[in-house]
Design a protein. Sequence first.
Length: 500
Amino acid sequence: MADTKREIERKYESDDSGLPDLTGVAVVADVIDKGTAELDATYYDTSDLRLASASITLRRRTGGADAGWHLKLPVAPGIRDEIQVPLSDAVPDELTGLVRARIREGQLVPVVRLRSTRDLRDLVDADGRQLAEVSVDTVRADRLFGGEGTAQWTEIEVELADGGNPAILDKVEKRLRKAGVRPSKSTSKLARALAETKGGQPRPKDEPAEPVTAGDHVLAYVRAQRDAILDLDPAVRQDAEESVHDMRVATRRLRSTFKSFRTVLDRKVTDPIGDELKWLAGELGVGRDHEVLAERLGTVLGELPPALVHGPVSERLGTWSEAGHGGSRRRLLGVLDSARYLTLLDTLDALVAEPPVLKGAAKKPEKVLAEAVRKDFAKVSALVGEAMEQPSGADRDLGLHEARKRAKRTRYSAETATPALGVPAKALTRSMKSLQSLLGDHQDSVMVRTTLGELSAVAHAAGEDTFTYGLLYGREERRAARVEETLPEEWKTIKASMEV
């Protein structure tokens, strides 16, 4: 069973490998010597170092208090999530799955062996509470694959204690710098080992120049969404909060970009990719939509006085929620391991590497991007007007749902254009987000009413009282009606502020 730990640490190097006295730094009352440990770690990667290219490390380590398999995923500079699995001979399937989006069909092989002598100290406050752990590591690195040679160095690590205040790291760094200790140029021991032994290096990350043309801006947005899908993949596999929603949004942003900026990217190439992104968004939505409905139903049920809850409504809702979540999770994990999904990732990589640009890509962004955004906004305007002309009911519900989807697309095209167009595009992004939220409340009401009807039918067949389902249905009808009453004035305000 895997354990996950948030690791917040900083690495340093010094010419004399000395560690200054840290007693008295901020609230550090004592520095406790914890002795030394001998660590032996073998790092795994593909032959072309795909994990290292993404600042991900996977190792099997013996020695120390946390021997086992460790997968480290970057969160922010100096912050990583470390997933720990007990020792075994082969790479655990659980960890291989978490890096599947990076390695695709590649094989994991040992690439570097690091043997370290670690001198450990705890920084504690006056009450003996641990603030941080400081280690001085004497390291020997041996290249095992894709090169040869060894490297040796000494480094200092300062790791924040669980639940500690990150401010202590700044105070410690200030003392270290005064003593001549400087931040390490390498983000990890593996990165330094690969740099200082002979052999292949990780592929450098894409560092595009400052956007100048319309194509530069669109491709920067496309690249960011591709990266978001890859970065979120492990979190989705771990069922992390909001991860499915965030990945689904990234797929939608990509599809919208392909459609909105048709004068920049060739849709003969992007349309088939968009179809695959639609498939992925649909698979992600199976569980997400169920989750949103369950949360909404639980909320509205909780708002009712107990006297109005007739029959085992809460129990039936709980059973429905758990069944949907479990089934959707199994299905989604199968999707993420499928050849179709991995092929989609390969296709996105190829698109970023060799984008199918058209003549419009070379033009100035102010004209090309603004024109695309205006077209999207005009379509939103038409859809809102058409929907509100319909009588309240199924046709209006469908019309408002279509308007909501177009509002999302307009929001994403405005996001893409914001670096070039500035304040007007940023304002439109906010307006479309507000409209999307309002229409989202309406669509949630439609979906909740559909689900209530289904649950009520099952409860009726079981001989249960269905009064509460009808009561909730009526409340959701009124909720949708309030949105429809609010929309005309909201839309009037949005149109008045349209400047792009």
